[in-house]
Design a binder for this molecule. Structure first.
Ligand code: AGP
Length: 617
């Protein structure tokens, strides 16, 4: 949620920290701050509520210092104010701490400090850590030992970085539930909650594990467990380049990432389609044919859009592999004491690979002996390291709203379905049909993107309303959910999704000329039935927008030829293999949401109250 950046090395760190904060601002952006170890001793701390620009304006002209930590915040404890912004310091100003996560036993720790006469300056949970570490870092106690001692008492989650005025040559960082990544440079080290803040300086990174600390100095780092046992950690090279983190002339990352989908899909499919056996090749999946034959059910887990992708994935797996498959929000799954089935395959779907609810669900399944595959975008992320699996290769996704990763998830789950199906009952001819369908996706998505102008016009009309419905059934339903999610997330137009057939059981009461209804209508055997559902909306004079394929468009024109067309607007995507239709049908809805946001003057990349990577409950 929050973004952390730290530096220790041969250069003045303030500009490096500020640039790093700009790269992770999407993780949180209600306040920001930094602490720098001043060359003549002491720490200089500057922090401001509001966007990073406010911190920038508040910085002194000269802010020298070769070690520092910085933070951009998404408030959990306490309002976004200057006082609650990180870094937090102890009363003497010796220790500064930045923290991502939640200290759950904060009341107990605050009470203890207050009983000791410590005056707390703000309302955050993090401030306690600074006071406690300062207290523990008495004479003769190494900083890392003080940090260890305090963290051993913390209940909750953290990614933390600590700077000590008395040891300005080092940072101590630690993680439990919130990512901390070390970047190894030339006589300098960086730390960050996200590789985005590191790539300008180094490609060599190492991820801390939960329960691990690192002492980071200009010349390198060493890692240890909370009980002081040394751990070993080998850095690896990341392949993402700095250009992928730039807007490249676009006004928003969201639009850039929507337009990048053809290449993202190419990468997701590259080297994974096997024409000879009409199947998929999934390097990271270690399931043998015998394992696959033993699978009695597939359970997919994810949150938000990743959950909607999981719903669509479950449909493809069930229909191709003829194995019962379903999806559940990981956040619900982890708390309902689920039965873990030995002959089930669990699949965790996540862009960041850091979403706490998904991660804990994965750990719970593994702890109880279940087998989990990860379908993850960020290489080396925690979920990716927890399980065997499939990387999405979509490239970095910066916009809070997931777009290119969502369609890459659908394509990758299609690959997984094909792989499972070809070991089970799917014949080679059907396998070849799906292989060809997958291969065609990048070009077909490019064709959908060419219709952006028409979609923008529809978006501007939708933006004039306060609410919208999205309806779909079977394969159209996860797409409707995702369409509604995108619209509300970035434009703040209230949007709900329903299975089309559920409308008449309640929501139809709201349909009126002031409520646009977006009907997702794949060209499949349910099309005729779906077209009759939309008549119920038509009868209530709800403005109707169809996102459909050639069959739906033809039905509209046929109706128009004999009187009134079925829809007010028709957005048509190419025909494709029915299992893959959600990929194409989603793209117009992404553009619809984006252009509605622009029409309403919203910041599509940084929607209010939301953060890219949700590493808290
Ligand atoms: C998508 O637009 C959302 N911002 C959000 O629902 C996201 O998909 C969800 O938080 C899961 O994130 P993950 O894929 O990184 O696990």
């Amino acid at each position: 949620m929050c973004g952390i950046v730290g530096y220790v090395g041969r250069r003045d760190c303030a500009p490096i920290l500020m640039e790093g904060l700009a790269r992770v601002e999407y993780r949180g952006y209600d306040s920001a701050g930094l602490a720098v170890a001043a060359p003549r001793g002491g720490l200089r701390v500057v922090k401001r509520a509001g966007r990073l620009a406010r911190l920038h304006d508040a910085l002194p002209r000269r802010l020298a210092g070769r070690a520092g930590i910085a933070h951009t915040r998404w408030a959990t404890h306490g309002e976004p104010t200057d006082a609650n912004a990180h870094p937090h310091t102890d009363a003497s100003g010796r220790i500064a701490v930045v923290h991502n996560g939640i200290v759950e036993n904060v009341s107990e720790l605050r009470a203890e400090l207050e009983a000791d006469g410590v005056a707390l300056a703000g309302e955050t949970d993090t401030e306690c850590l600074a006071h406690l570490i300062a207290r523990a870092a008495g004479p003769g106690t190494a900083l890392e030992d003080a940090v260890r001692a305090v963290l051993a008492r913390v209940e909750g989650t953290y990614g933390v970085a600590v700077l000590d005025a008395e040891h300005p040559d080092r940072l101590v960082v630690a993680r439990n539930g919130s990512p901390v990544i070390l970047g190894v440079g030339e006589r300098e080290m960086l730390v960050a909650s996200d590789v985005a803040a590191l790539v300008r300086h180094t490609r060599q990174v190492a991820h801390l594990d939960d329960g691990e600390l690192a002492v980071v100095e200009a010349g390198g780092f060493r890692t240890l467990a909370l009980d002081a046992t040394p751990t070993s950690k080998r850095p690896f090279d990341i392949t993402w380049s700095i250009e992928q983190f730039d807007k490249d002339g676009h006004e928003h990352f969201m639009r850039k990432e929507i337009l990048e989908q053809p290449e993202a899909l190419e990468r997701a499919l590259r080297g994974r389609l096997d024409d000879r056996f009409a199947t998929a090749v999934l390097g990271g999946v270690e399931l043998t044919a015998r394992d696959v034959l033993g699978i009695r059910r597939v359970k997919l887990l994810g949150c938000g859009s990743a959950y909607y992708a999981a719903l669509a994935g479950a449909q493809v797996i069930e229909s191709l592999a003829r194995t019962p498959a379903d999806a559940e929000p990981a956040s619900e799954f982890r708390y309902r004491d689920p039965v873990i089935e030995r002959d089930a395959l669990y699949v965790a779907v996540s862009q960041s690979g850091e979403t706490l609810d998904t991660l804990v669900a994965v750990q719970e399944v593994k702890r109880r002996g279940g087998r989990v595959l990860g379908v993850v975008n960020v290489v080396g992320s925690t979920i990716a390291r927890e399980c065997e699996g499939v990387y999405l290769h979509a490239g970095p996704e910066i916009s809070v709203a997931s777009t290119k990763v969502f369609t890459s998830m659908l394509a990758s789950l299609g690959l997984l379905a094909l792989y499972l199906a070809r070991v089970r009952d799917l014949g080679p001819a059907d396998g070849a049909r799906v292989v060809a369908g997958l291969r065609a996706l990048p070009e077909q998505v490019a064709a959908v993107l060419e219709g952006e102008d028409a979609i923008r016009a529809v978006a501007e009309r939708v933006a004039a309303h306060d609410s919208a419905f999205f309806i779909g059934r079977h394969r159209g339903y996860p797409v409707a959910l995702e369409g509604a999610q995108k619209l509300k997330e970035v434009s703040y137009v209230h949007a709900e999704a329903y299975p089309a057939s559920e409308l008449k059981h309640g929501p139809l009461a709201l349909v009126s000329p002031d409520l646009p209804v977006v009907a997702v209508l794949p060209d499949d055997p349910l099309l005729d039935k779906n077209l009759s559902f939309v008549q119920q909306v038509r009868a209530r004079r709800g403005p109707l927008i169809a996102v459909t394929q050639p069959g739906g468009e033809a039905a509209h024109h046929a109706a128009a030829a004999t009187g009134e067309g079925l829809f007010d607007e028709v957005l048509t995507v190419p025909a494709c293999e029915p299992e893959l239709a959600p990929v194409l049908l989603t793209v117009p809805l992404q553009l619809l949401a984006y252009h509605a946001a622009v029409a309403l003057d919203r910041d599509a990349d940084q929607p209010r109250n939301l953060a890219k990577s949700v590493t808290v409950e």
